[in-house]
Design a protein around this ligand. Structure first.
Ligand code: HEC
Length: 138
């Protein structure tokens, strides 16, 4: 009786240990750290506020949707495979940034957020993209 009880305890303890080890080995996604935006970008003025949203939308579908999701909520299947959370373009926190700050994050990027300076060459296209992101707010 006593040995059966200790076997049971041993089995439970080892099961628990396996669960704990497994839980810690599953990669956890990091929340994005705050961005450091150079002054040059911070003070940038959008030359075409609210314009060319359709152009922005097609650029978004071509380059951004795979990671950021159709509505910019960062919930695409691909986003789940990334180490850093993609953020949520519909959130008040995101929309509270200036156009220049969003420009820097979207075009210059960092680490897992790709650089688009060589892919999206036209300034008008870049701002169109930002104008489209502005339409994603809740
Ligand atoms: C390979 C996946 C991937 C693609 C493609 C991608 N992004 Fe990102 N993006 C990320 C990740 C990951 C982050 C978070 C990075 C960080 O904070 O270090 C991010 C962050 C951002 C941010 C900052 C979000 C915030 O909360 O302030 C903006 C803006 C952004 N992306 C815009 C774009 C735009 C516009 C495109 C298309 C032109 C694009 N991204 C394409 C992965 C991607």
């Amino acid at each position: 009786m006593k040995t059966q009880f200790s076997k049971l305890v041993l089995a439970s303890v080892s099961t628990l240990a396996i669960i704990i080890v497994f839980a810690f080995s599953v990669p956890q996604q990091k929340a994005a750290a705050p961005w450091t935006i150079p002054a040059k970008y911070k003070s940038m003025k959008n030359p075409i506020p609210g314009k060319n949203v359709d152009t922005g939308k097609s650029l978004y579908s071509k380059y951004c949707k795979t990671c950021h999701g159709a509505l910019g909520k960062g919930d695409s299947p691909r986003s789940k495979t990334l180490k850093t959370n993609c953020g949520d373009f519909s959130s008040a926190k995101f929309q509270g940034q200036s156009d220049g700050e969003i420009y820097y994050e979207a075009i210059v990027g960092r680490t897992e957020m790709p650089n688009f300076e060589k892919k999206i060459l036209s300034e008008n296209d870049r701002w169109a993209l930002i104008n489209y992101m502005r339409t994603l707010k809740k």
